[in-house]
Ligand binder design. Sequence first.
Ligand SMILES: Cc1cc2nc3c(=O)[nH]c(=O)nc-3n(C[C@H](O)[C@H](O)[C@H](O)COP(=O)(O)OP(=O)(O)OC[C@H]3O[C@@H](n4cnc5c(N)ncnc54)[C@H](O)[C@@H]3O)c2cc1C
Length: 404
Amino acid sequence: MIDQRIVIVGGGHAAAQMCAGLVEAGMGGHTTLICGEAILPYQRPPLSKGFLKTLDEVAQLHRAETWYAAGGVTIKLGEPAIALDRTRRIVSLRNGEQIAYDRLVLATGGRARLLADLPAGLSNVATLRSAVDAQALRLQMNDCASMTIIGGGFIGLEFAATARSLGKQVTVAESAPRLLARAVSPEVSSHVLQVHRAAGIDIHLDARISGFEIDESRLAAIRLDGTRHETDLLLLGIGALPETGLAESAGLNCENGIVVDEYMVTSDPAILAIGDCTSFPDIGSGRRLRLESVQNANDQARTAIATLTGSRRPHNAVPWFWSEQGSLRLQMAGLPPANAERCKRPGNKPESFSIFHFADGVLCCVESVNAPLDHLMARKMLEAGRSPEAARVCDAAVPLKSLL
Ligand SMILES: Cc1cc2nc3c(=O)[nH]c(=O)nc-3n(C[C@H](O)[C@H](O)[C@H](O)COP(=O)(O)OP(=O)(O)OC[C@H]3O[C@@H](n4cnc5c(N)ncnc54)[C@H](O)[C@@H]3O)c2cc1C
C-alpha cells in the first residue's frame, strides 16, 4: 500500500482531512492534491458569517503550505481535473497535465443551485460557495442598502443575519411554509423565524416569486407575493448540487451524488469518493444519504483513510451539524425520522432549549438552540447507540426519556 500513488481531486474540508490522515499514516510522499481553486484548502463555514463583516479578513487555511511540504504532499492549485481515464488510471488537468494514480479520491464537493428563470451573469445576483464568492459579495454589500435572499435554508439565513447585523435592509423569500423545513423540527423553525423577525429581517413564507425585472445587466426588482420589490443585491440560497461531472463523464455510478459503499468506494474499486459529493449508505438510518456538513466531510475522509491503509471499517458516524445566525447557535445531532416523537427541554438560559426526537422510544436526534452542552451530551448518547465502545462510557441514554 505504501508504494501506491494516491491522488485526491478536491480542495475542501474532505480533501484537507484526507491529506492530514495520509500524512499521519506516513503516506504524504505518495499523495497528490488537485485543487480547482487557486488557494489551499480553507474553512468554508466562516464565509457566510464573520468573513463578510471585515473587508480585510482572509480565508482560514486548514494548514499552511509549509505543512504540506513537510508532509511530502504534492499540490496542484488552480487547475481543475477535467477528465478521468479509468483504464489507464490517469487524471487530466485543464492545463493538459496528466497525473497517474493507483487509488483516486474524489472530494469535489458541491456547487450552488441556480434559478432556471433568472438570466446568468447579472452583476447584482450572487451565490455563496467559495472564498472568491464571499470576497465579491462583501465588496458589493458595502454599496448596498437593501438585500433579498431567495431561500430560507442555512446559508440564506446565516447571510441574512450577517447582513442585518451590518445594518442592511434584508428580505428573505422562502417558498416553503416554514424556515429550514428540510432540516429542523417545526418548533425550531418557528423559534428561528421569531428571532430573525425580531432582529428586523423581513421574512416571507410560502413566498411566490412571479417575475424578475432586469435593467441592462442588473436585476432591478423582483415580483414577490404579487408586489414589486426593489433590491440592490440578490443572493440565491436555494441549496447545492453535488459536483459529479468528472465522475459521471468517467462512467461512475451517480445518483444524487457519487454512489459509494460503506467503505467510501465507488463503482470502480480504484476510486473512492467523500464529502458533499457522495451518496452513501447510512448504517444508523438504513437510508442512502447525501449530507452537506463539515462533520460528514471529515468523518468520511477518516473512513476512506482506513480503507486505503488496509484497516477497513464500515462508515458509521453520527451525523451532526451547526449553524450560527446572529444570536442563534443551532446544533443538530442525528437525523429525525418523519414520525418521531418529540420532547422539548428548556435550557438554562432564556433563549435556549433542545428538542429530543425518539423513534419507538429510542433517541434518534437532538436539535439544540443555544444549548451546546445538550448537543455534546446528545452526540455521546447517539454514538453510544451505534458503538458498544461508546456505550460503555455513556450509560445515560436509557433513562433519558423519563427525565425530560
Ligand atoms: C458559506 C458556507 C457556510 C457553511 N457553513 C457550515 C456550517 O456552519 N456548518 C457545517 O457543518 N457546514 C457548513 N457548510 C458546509 C460545509 O462547508 C461543506 O459541507 C463542506 O465544505 C464539504 O466539504 P467537501 O470537501 O466535501 O466539499 P467542498 O468544501 O465544497 O470542497 C470541494 C472542493 O473541490 C474542488 N473541486 C471541485 N471539482 C473539482 C475538480 N474537477 N478538480 C479540482 N478540484 C475540484 C472545489 O473547487 C472545492 O474546493 C457551509 C458551506 C458554505 C458554502
